[in-house]
Design a protein around this ligand. Sequence first.
Ligand SMILES: [Fe+2]
Ligand SMILES: [Fe+2]
Length: 313
Amino acid sequence: MIFAVYPYPLYFLRRLIYPLDIISYISIFLHTTITQLTRYRKTCTMRKQGGTLPVIKRTTNEETVYGAMSAKDTRNGNVYITGDKHCSFRPFFGLRDKGLIQENDILIITGDAGYVWDEEYMTKIGTLEQLFSGTLAFIDGNHENHSILNRLPVSFWHGGRVHRISDRVFHLMRGEIYEIGGARYFAFGGARTVSRYVEGVEGIDWWTGEEPSPEEIDHGRRQIAAHLPDIDYVITHEAPLQARDRISRVKRIDPDYMLPSILQDWYEKLADAGRLKQWYFGHMHVDQQITPDLRAIHNNILRVGTETKLDWS
Ligand SMILES: [Fe+2]
Ligand SMILES: [Fe+2]
């Protein structure tokens, strides 16, 4: 009896849910098709732009410019710049003791900041924040832990992408443009550690991500081409090629290492465009004006725009 009756409730149940099945199938089919079409359109757009990273469209939208994060309001502060710090806190004691930096000021480091070096990096960032009341923004040099930097969350800050380390410490990413106080800054970190293949140990003396990839260089090139008449300042770690001849400290350039030549090309294009006010670079560990608009920076802390030096020591 049970066996005779059993198929009938099942049959009626199936009749009931069958129309729902059809609706589900149709909605799943539509969802999959629309998702695939959207992905295909995005891929076509990226291919047209010639790379995997899209050129950032400039915007004055508040959330995009200043980020939907609890960053300090730095719109009315001064911008200062300094060179390689290699995890030194000494300048920050000087700045604090002499009251030289205000809460809404920004200090940019031209690479080899060195505070994100091992898994204990937040302890160092905590020390920095105790000593320094402003906002710290650094490009990466060759002496950073790129593995840690590249896994940090990406946010927007002053219109460009950053790795957010804390509310007041940011890593400026390669090829990004930041609008600060009405001026536009193009940032491009990275360099090759000299003789790394001969004597260095990967993950201790040098990092895989220290040298910009072809995709990052392409992104930088396209950003410069798109914003050539708008860029006021450039921050790089490596030096444009012509600077190497003017600096007494020698750093060997491997025959296959093209970054100094690429930066030289970008420097000439920006100088010809006529808007460039100053190109700052670190890496060479000297304070030296190379040309009126090309400057090596190390220990000096300069106010961007006026080039006045802070007496922090
Ligand atoms: Fe350095
Ligand atoms: Fe360096």
